[in-house]
Design a protein around this ligand. Sequence first.
Ligand code: NAD
Length: 446
Amino acid sequence: MNPATESVFATAPAASPGQLDAAFAAADRAFPAWSRDEDARRAALRGIADALVRAVEEVAPVLTAEQGKILSESRREISGAVAWFRYYADLEIPRQIVQDDDRVFSEVVRRPLGPAVAITPWNAPISIGMAKVATALRAGDTVVLKPSPYAPLSTLLVGRIASQLLPAGVLNVVSGSDELGPLMTSHPLTRKISFTGSIATGKKIAADASQDLKRLTLELGGNDAAIVLADADPEFTAAGLFAAAFSNTGQVCVAPKRIYIAQSLYPALVDALVAQARAARIGNGADPDVDLGPLNNRPQLDYVAGLVAGLVAAGGRAVTGGSVIDGPGYFHESTIITGVDDTTRIVAEEQFGPALPVMAYSDLDDAIARANATEYGLGGSVWSADPERATQIAARIEAGTVWVNTHKALAPHQPFAGRKWSGQGTEGGPSGLDGFTDAQFLYRTR
Ligand code: NAD
């Protein structure tokens, strides 16, 4: 959080358990009419998209002030939310015909569930929150949404804009501390939970959801590996990896977080990454001349700084950066790290900050095995002058999304799902609707 906004943060509202109950009651009352009127739902989603386009310059500074990301990224995040509303407004809810012959017509249709809980983290509250809202509303569910206590204000603002275009009770936004979360995930009126955040919280929510078998989608942490083959162009690869790893100051679930580089390319690519890191200007995200803002909060800054200090103590080296920046705000230098291995904490754990470990490999099969030797399975990438070969290698990486010659290219029509501990269920694309609906099989004889 920027220091200038700490007083605003201190005054962000905290919903009481009674207000939370009122939000669920409203969502429950609104559900029957909302779930029946598909045309109204599609029109509302289009209306929200248009309203958000008009509100970009109102919302973006709030997002930058509370989250820290640079203004152009805030604008992109809001445009991303617009794209989600438009995509789901236009999408036909899939119907799958199972049998259609002289005897029988049968099909699978999707049915909405009821009030859905959406809980979001602090790194991208608008794109993550509105992806859930757009999908849930299109499916026919109503929503109670809770942003992170570290970045609640932009979501409250967008929630106010969107709810003006919706019947009362369809979208409810509550803010407050972490303690609100379990009250939501165990609430008797909740039929669905869509959570994005850490693996530790995701596991607690899965336990809560199991009590009465609430439907559950989890988008959790990642520790994406990027594998760079010997034939990759060092300048192109460094620019792509740096942008993906350091945008939003590294606080992105699907950022490359550990890089495995073919030995022969290692010196040139490390040099090119260092040049990228040195050129990126760090400062207040509201300043148009700044490329990277602060970390969002003090605990995250302390965590990243602790990982960096630990690796230096264990023989690793920060070839550039390596330190917290003195002065107000949660700023940390852009840091490229060498001399570490897969057991070093910053390689084994998700750093979620501006410090990137780069390691050399001499055997490609070994590099793939190292990329896969983790409980994380969110994303990954392979970089090469030969995209066909890179695609074959990408298929061997145990992650929900693997890119070739890019990383972190996300869009609402693409399915996004973590493997292993990085998640459960899918967001995006037609299959994103599955998580907010149950299947119904309809069978009739001719
Ligand atoms: P977090 O798990 O600490 O908090 C996320 C949200 O959960 C917040 O709104 C918080 O108030 C709420 N919460 C906390 N305890 C809860 C509980 N017991 N029950 C219900 N809700 C609870 O995560 P964070 O620190 O805000 O976010 C960073 C993490 O999110 C990183 O691990 C990152 O990789 C992950 N993330 C994943 C994705 C993805 O799509 N896979 C996207 C963005 C961030």
